[in-house]
Every structure is written in C-alpha cells, then in structure tokens.
Design a protein around this ligand. Sequence first.
Ligand SMILES: NC(=O)c1ccc[n+]([C@@H]2O[C@H](COP(=O)([O-])OP(=O)(O)OC[C@H]3O[C@@H](n4cnc5c(N)ncnc54)[C@H](OP(=O)(O)O)[C@@H]3O)[C@@H](O)[C@H]2O)c1
Length: 344
Amino acid sequence: MDGAPGHAIVFGASGLIGWAVVDQLLRCYPEAGTFSKITAISNRDLEISESHWPKTDAGRPKLQLISGIDLRHGNGTTLAKSLKQAVEDIDTVTYLFYLAPDDTEEVATNCRMLQNVVDAHNSLSPNLRFVGYGIYTAGGVFAPPLTEDMVDNLPPDHTETIVYPAYRGLLNQASEGRNWTWCEVCPDTIVGFTPNGSQFSLALHWAQYLSLYAHNHGVGPSNEYTGNPVIEVPFPGSAAGANSLFSPVSATRIARFMIYASLHSDICGGGQLFNIADHEVPCTYGKLWPRLANWFGLVGTGPPDDSQAQNNALAVGELPQGSSVSKSLGIQDLKKAKIQSKAG
Ligand SMILES: NC(=O)c1ccc[n+]([C@@H]2O[C@H](COP(=O)([O-])OP(=O)(O)OC[C@H]3O[C@@H](n4cnc5c(N)ncnc54)[C@H](OP(=O)(O)O)[C@@H]3O)[C@@H](O)[C@H]2O)c1
C-alpha cells in the first residue's frame, strides 16, 4: 500500500456484505485518509437517504451511489461505457469489492457478471491494486473441520455446478500481467443489515418469523407489564438442525477483513482464500434459539417432538407441515385465507 488515499468501488453495495464494506469505509476504517472516494454500485434503485450509511461530511471519504447497474446484461465494454458515464473519476479506482450474488445453478451467468466487471476495470482503472469477493455454498460438500485448502479438491460433480473454481480461473487470468491481485473471502452464515432486504439475510428471516409468532400470540412490547402468560416458541426445525454446528460472522467483521486484505495485498493477495468467523468455536441454533426468542418476548424451547421424523427431509425454507410449528404460526390458516380470497 502506498500513501495515496484510495478509491474503492463496491459491487453489490446494497447487500449484506457490500453494505457493511461501504459502511466501514465511510466510518474511516482502518483510519481517516486511507480512502478518499467510495463508489457504491447497486442493481435495484436505492437513494442515499434510504441507505442508512453515515452522513457524508468533510472528515469522511466522498460517496457516489450508482443504482440500476444490472451485471447480467451486456459485456465488459458496455459496462465500461456505463461506468465511465456514471462514475466520477472512474480512472482513479484502486480497490474493487465484488459482492454480487451467486446462484449455484447459474455458473455461466455468474461468470459473465464477474467477467464484465473485471474486463471493464481492466480497461478503465489503470491504478487498480486489489479485487476481493465473497462466496457461499449451501449444504456443504466436506466433513468438518473445514480448512481453506479443501477448495482445491471439490468433487467433479460439484465443480460443474459451483461457480467459484471458474471465478478463480477468471481472476487469475484477468490479473495476469496487471498491477492488481485478488483474494476470496468464504464465510459461513453472515449476520448483517441491508437497506432494502436480502434473500441471504438470516437475521431478517428470524426476525420476521419470531415477530409474526409473537404477534399471533398477543406478545408485544408491553407484555411484561400486562402479565400475559409466558409464550413458548419451539425451534422451527429438526433436532439435527438444532444441533448442527455453524460459525456465523457479522457483516462488519467481514467488511473489515476485506478492507484489511485489500490494503495488505503482499500477505493477502495471490488468490488466497480466507474463512472468516466471529469465534473460533462453532455454535448451534439449539443454543442460540432461547436468546433469539427472548428478543421478541418469547421463550425459545427445543424442536417439537414430531420434528424427529423429518430430520433432514425438508427443503430449504420448508416448514414441517402439520407440525406444531406451522399450526402455532397459523400457516394453514393463512393458506386457507389466501385460497378463499382468490376464490372470492
Ligand atoms: N449472506 C450469507 O449468509 C452469505 C454467506 C457466505 C457467503 N455469501 C456470499 O456473499 C456474496 C454476497 O452475499 P450477500 O449476503 O451480501 O448478498 P445479498 O445481500 O443478496 O446482496 C447481493 C447484492 O448484489 C446485487 N445484485 C443482485 N443481482 C445483481 C445483478 N444482476 N447485477 C448487479 N448487482 C446485483 C444486489 O443488488 P440489489 O439489491 O440492488 O439487487 C445486492 O447489492 C454472495 O455471493 C453470497 O453467496 C453470503
């Protein structure tokens, strides 16, 4: 890293990780003067006034927010043209954070999106020094304990459906003979904030579930004063789910690591992979559940008895039908009401 203040461009800036990267940069992490400009790129429309980022002032880097950049369309040349028109001082970009989503079914689309970004910046940003990106693969392929070197030994059937090996090839090739290098950040579940919702936000899913549960059971902020009975909420999954180990990480921690990595390319570059977690020791949802429930005035208990039969048989997002969980959430009632309103 030399002394000149950096210009960071963040693709996927409205997402969990991207929002936190912009937030940390605006809060002058790691120190004031490290970055002078931030360009935040999002796909859907977003106004700075709705972003919940700190207000810009003289002590912070200058922020530009560019919405409406859909990376699925066009190619590196058309993206370069759009960025050149929209972004002030695009030629001064030094650090690139790529945090757009990756749908594991769509390797070709995901590759094209990242390819467009690196092609555009290879032509637009002669001062580019570092590219960092974040990845995830649901369900898991390897048995724990997981180590970073496992990434080189993906089973062949997975290399066809997972985009990350292709990303690595693409970034190795695109950075060859250039002044920039790159790294990959590969966390487990991320807990963070987005201004306009995110399909990857587990915290948001839990908040919706538990607030609806509390509402349906008459639990509100004034519950403790009105002396309402204690309402128990069973863990909405199987015993295996409640006891599985995982290593959550806050979006702020990842953002800080990514910024650190970009500023220390000598030790973090060269296509290295980093797994980031809040704690060295993993946790289970079974242990977290009472604390999560408590936020909503509820008492979290273990999985319902009938969940044992459905261990690992449910698809992502599917609730145990007919179990005490869906009954107590009023799911059947909601479905009935929907059908009736359609019929009516
Ligand atoms: N959340 C997790 O638990 C987790 C864990 C490990 C790894 N990861 C990985 O980390 C990466 C980022 O995750 P995240 O949780 O921050 O995702 P996210 O909250 O869904 O954010 C995705 C971002 O990409 C943008 N985007 C979506 N489609 C786009 C398109 N066609 N063109 C341009 N931008 C587009 C979104 O913009 P709009 O909102 O404007 O559409 C949003 O800013 C993903 O690759 C994910 O797999 C996530």
